[in-house]
Design a protein around this ligand. Structure first.
Ligand SMILES: Cc1ncc(COP(=O)(O)O)c(C=O)c1O
Length: 498
């Protein structure tokens, strides 16, 4: 099995040959879009086992695509086990249902707070994630074809032409007011009213989190975080000399409120850091009722919370979840986010609504980076005002949802028996729990030889908890090359069990 895996010529080379702007709707080739929509119909039970799907000619006419496109889509579905071709008769839905994996389990509580060690592996994973020769399963970076980069580039040029002096001035304000108003307006629509002048525009969500942590803690303090935790949080906690206390997190509903309460009663915690909307790496969503209970616990212990809402707009359900901040009546929640996952990762523009910590955060922003480039803020403000942001968000949500679905189905087919997969309700990452004998550090090293980058579980905890886990980024448009890379990963994992 493993001997058949020739260290690959990068499958990314084929990805790169696509036009930079991508096809119009989901950023995928037409055949992949067609295959994806048929697959959904099969999974939803609209097309049942034994049903004959429309003939290639009829489907081509119905969808106004070429016969070759339909044939390619049907072949993909045949390879995935959804369709079978019957000679002289056509394509039929196969009887065998697609594979299914159970969900990951919740980790046990951590006894004591702990300083975070420096992890060279984080730097390695991040370096490889920007290396075009590697399949980027490691970093939660969406593919550039998912963003309206041409439109943004035109707007950026136009802003610079209309007011070139913008490049010759410092932007020492806390926020370019029209952008702050647009962001505040969107939160109002999401059921979270906040005054636009509370916002501090930052260099990405990363700076927002960094400033927030510094505003509410000092070195040596303890911060309660989810487990598994986004490795960016752990790196920031480490760099500020803080200690982390990992709170068990339910794979569907986020941080456990009883476990948090118990941990706060037993430890001197100074802040809680969490991602209620589409947690990285679990993808879970906290219910409104749970957010309300969590907020009550914050009030009981008089603690601030740093809320990372960077995935809030990438919801697969109909409604954008309300941030925890919506329950905040006394300014203890510092809400952090950015356009990094939704619109323009390259702009590095984010924000924090720091509540009662506004003055402290402003001062820290001043010493950290003076301001955030005005030209970028102005361009984004104009895009949000009349660039079709809502339309774009709908497109990107559909694309992420479909990609996640295809990744999950492929992992369920290729990964070893006993593998558990999270069920993200938004965002673009999946948490994989392999059978405990699988060492994902070794898997990472083996996969590198095939030019595949992964994020091993060890990155997501202060303790050595997740050696058999992996976070998979599903931000790259689906293709047969991705499927092949997932099969390689699965075969490498199975080889460890052999
Ligand atoms: C959960 C989470 N928060 C924050 C960030 C950083 O966001 P930004 O790129 O806006 O700094 C990331 C990036 O991957 C992330 O996954």
């Amino acid at each position: 099995m493993i001997q058949t895996l020739a260290p690959a010529q990068s499958p990314v080379s084929k990805l790169k040959s696509r036009p930079a702007s991508g096809p119009p709707r989901t950023g995928q080739p037409l055949y992949a879009e067609l295959a994806g929509s048929l697959q959904s119909l099969i999974e939803q039970g609209t097309l049942r086992p034994g049903h004959r799907v429309p003939s290639v000619r009829l489907m081509a006419r119905q969808r106004t695509v070429s016969i070759a496109t339909v044939l390619q889509a049907y072949t993909v579905l045949e390879n995935r086990g959804y369709l079978e071709a019957r000679p002289q008769s056509g394509y039929y839905v196969r009887a065998r249902p697609p594979c299914f994996c159970p969900e990951p389990r919740m980790a046990r509580p951590m006894a004591k707070p702990s300083y975070v060690g420096v992890n060279d592996l984080t730097a390695e994973v991040m370096d490889l994630s920007v290396d075009a020769n590697y399949i980027p399963f490691g970093a939660a970076c969406p593919h550039h074809s998912l963003f309206p980069t041409k439109k943004l580039a035109r707007l950026l040029g136009s802003v610079a032409r209309r007011d070139h002096t913008i490049l010759g001035r410092y932007s020492m304000n806390w926020a370019f007011e029209p952008l702050a108003r647009e962001i505040a307006r969107r939160y109002l629509q999401a059921g979270c009213p906040l005054p636009h002048d509370e916002l501090v525009i930052t260099v990405g969500c990363s700076e927002a989190i960094n400033l927030s942590l510094r505003a509410v803690t000092k070195p040596g303090d303890t911060v309660a975080i989810e487990t598994p935790a986004y490795f960016g949080f752990l790196e920031t906690i480490q760099s500020l000399g803080l200690r982390a206390l990992e709170i068990p997190t339910e794979p569907r509903e986020g941080m456990s409120v009883p476990a948090l309460r118990e941990a706060l009663a037993q430890n001197d915690v100074k802040a809680v850091m969490l991602m209620p909307a589409f947690h990285n790496p679990l993808g879970c969503l906290m219910s409104d009722d749970k957010k309300r209970r969590l907020y009550d616990v914050l009030c009981e212990f008089d603690l601030p919370a740093i809320e990372d809402d960077v995935y809030g707009d990438i919801h697969f359900g109909d409604v954008r979840p309300k941030p925890l901040k919506a329950w905040d009546h006394d300014g203890r929640v510092l809400l952090c986010s950015s356009f990094g996952k939704t619109l323009a990762p390259g702009f590095r523009v984010g924000w924090v609504a720091p509540g009662r910590y506004r003055e402290r955060v402003r001062r820290l922003k001043f010493t950290n980076s003076l301001g955030t480039p005005a030209i970028l803020q102005k361009t984004l403000a104009e895009f949000l005002r009349d660039g079709g942001y809502d339309h774009h968000l709908r497109t990107i949500r559909r694309a992420y949802h479909q990609q996640l679905h295809l990744f999950t189905q492929s992992m369920a087919r290729h990964f070893p028996e006993g593998t558990r997969l999270s069920r993200p309700q938004g965002g673009n990452v999946v948490w994989v729990e392999f059978p405990v004998r699988i060492d994902t550090l070794k898997l990472h090293r083996d996969a590198r030889k095939h030019r595949i980058n992964t994020a091993p579980g060890a990155l997501f905890s202060v303790k050595d908890r997740y050696r058999h886990c992996l976070r998979m980024s599903c931000g790259i448009p689906w293709s047969d090359e991705i499927d092949a890379a997932l099969k390689i990963l699965g075969d490498l994992a199975k080889a460890q069990l052999a």
